[in-house]
Structures are given as structure tokens and as C-alpha cells.
Design a binder for this molecule. Sequence first.
Ligand SMILES: Cc1cc2nc3c(=O)[nH]c(=O)nc-3n(C[C@H](O)[C@H](O)[C@H](O)COP(=O)(O)OP(=O)(O)OC[C@H]3O[C@@H](n4cnc5c(N)ncnc54)[C@H](O)[C@@H]3O)c2cc1C
Ligand code: FES
Length: 251
Amino acid sequence: MNNHQSYQSFRLVQIRKENSATNSLIFDQPLIDAQPGQFVMVWLPDIGEKPYSILDCEPFSIAVSSVGPFSKALFNLPAGNRVWVRGPLGQGFRLNGSRHLLVGGGYGAAPLLFLARQACSRKNEVKVCLGARSAGDILMTDAFKALGCEVFITTNDGGLGEMGLVTQAVDSVLKHFKADTLYACGPVLMLSALTEICKKDNVPSQLSWEARMRCGIGLCGSCELDEEVRKSAGMPVGWLTCKDGPVYINS
Ligand SMILES: Cc1cc2nc3c(=O)[nH]c(=O)nc-3n(C[C@H](O)[C@H](O)[C@H](O)COP(=O)(O)OP(=O)(O)OC[C@H]3O[C@@H](n4cnc5c(N)ncnc54)[C@H](O)[C@@H]3O)c2cc1C
Ligand code: FES
């Protein structure tokens, strides 16, 4: 039995380059009981501890975009080194129905790929909209296609796929695809726009929210969303991203 709040040590065995700023880190053991959309707290001694979505559980993998001090250290960690991990933590996605629309912004693609693997193994229909600033920032397209998902890409500069925001692609997919559920992970602005689209089109949603985390287990209160965001997305007062989320289910 795995105690999800205690630290488990994992050895990094493989590094896969996803794009210029993102590496997938593949470790030496499975992460027991992990569900798509859950996260882990990764601790690097003397550097710190931060949350990362689970990309796969067998073997345990995460995708890391290098944007600041902690992620840079993790991104540059040489194979053979160890990290210390608490998890799986939080509430993940729950497959609902058999026609799924997955929407990812940036590294938000990582937990959705884990979810797509689960859905495709059930022979469900999966469409995926991926958005990023430019072609070099798009992640994991081939991995989604290899599973049999239909993928729609948008970039802000039009360097790959349709030019514009990923929400435009979602709007047009929903015109001809009756999704049982929309699942998404990405920046707050994208999730807020998707909340409105799902209300308008009456589509059940499961959106994975991001907030600053410290304890990761519901004790410190640092991961509450801004009141305005929380209200418009429909969460109750006191909803904690680490314990009650990161996925908020609106069915
Ligand atoms: C539930 C959850 C799941 C997460 N999953 C992942 C994951 O799968 N992969 C991953 O790489 N990160 C993930 N994160 C973010 C991660 O926890 C760190 O916040 C991130 O790696 C940056 O930490 P840092 O200390 O390196 O940079 P910080 O010092 O926190 O940030 C440095 C600068 O970069 C900006 N910044 C932070 N994140 C981004 C970003 N994504 N793109 C552009 N600028 C940014 C900050 O605003 C700041 O200005 C997740 C966070 C949460 C809450
Ligand atoms: S990170 Fe401490 S309560 Fe959520």
C-alpha cells in the first residue's frame, strides 16, 4: 500500500526532448494508483518542491517546461539522478461517456495524453485541440495521433495549424462533434474561456486548474484561486486546488 503523503525516491532513467523548452522525464518505477489529472510534488534537495502533472504511471513520467529556477534544475537533471516524490495527489479526470474532447495549452497536454491513453484503450472517440504561442511550443501531437486521436492545432502566430486561440478550434469542433465531456488543462485564461463555451453549448466539463502550491495536501491554503476566477468557474468558497482539484468537474 502506497502512502501518498510520504516521499518515494525515483531514479531518472530516460529523458525525451519534447520541444526546445520541454523534456519528458521517465523514471525507473511505476507510480502506484495514479489517475490522469492527478499530480505529484517533486522535491529536489537544496532547491525546492513543486507540483507536476502525471504524464504516465507505468513507468512514472512527467513533462517539465523550463521557465524558472526549479523547473530549470529539473529539466537539466542528468539521467541516473534521483528525485523525491509525494503522490499521486488531488482529484483527477473521470472518463464520462465515450466521445471526448481534450483541450491542452502548453504543458497541459501532459495529463491529457495520460487520459487519452485510458480513453483509447476503451475504444472511445477522442478529439484533441492543442494550442500554443508558436509551432515550437506545441507538445506531444504525434503521441496523440499514434493513439488514434484526431488532433487540431492552433498557434497564436499561425506557424502551425490554424492561427489564433485554441478556443476557436474548440468552437468549430463542437459544431460537428457532440462531445459527452470536454476535459482541459492549461492557463487560467484558456480555462475561463472554455467555461463560457461549455455553458453556451451545454457540454459537461472537467477543467484542471493551476495555482501556487506549498503543502499540496490541503493544509496551508496557498492554492485558493482568485475569487473572480473561482466564482465564474462555479467552485464553492474554500475550494482548494491541491485537495479538491486540480480538476473541477462541472456535469
Ligand atoms: C497542479 C499543477 C500541475 C503542474 N504541472 C506541470 C507540468 O506538468 N509541467 C510543468 O512544467 N509545470 C507544471 N506545473 C507548474 C510547476 O509546478 C512550476 O510552477 C513551474 O515548473 C515553474 O516553476 P519554477 O520555480 O521553475 O519557476 P517560477 O519561479 O515559479 O516561475 C518563473 C517565471 O515563469 C513564469 N511561469 C511559470 N510557469 C510558466 C509557464 N508554464 N509558462 C510560461 N511562464 C511560466 C512565472 O510566472 C514566473 O514569471 C504545474 C503546476 C500545478 C499547480
Ligand atoms: S497547497 Fe497547501 S492547501 Fe493547497
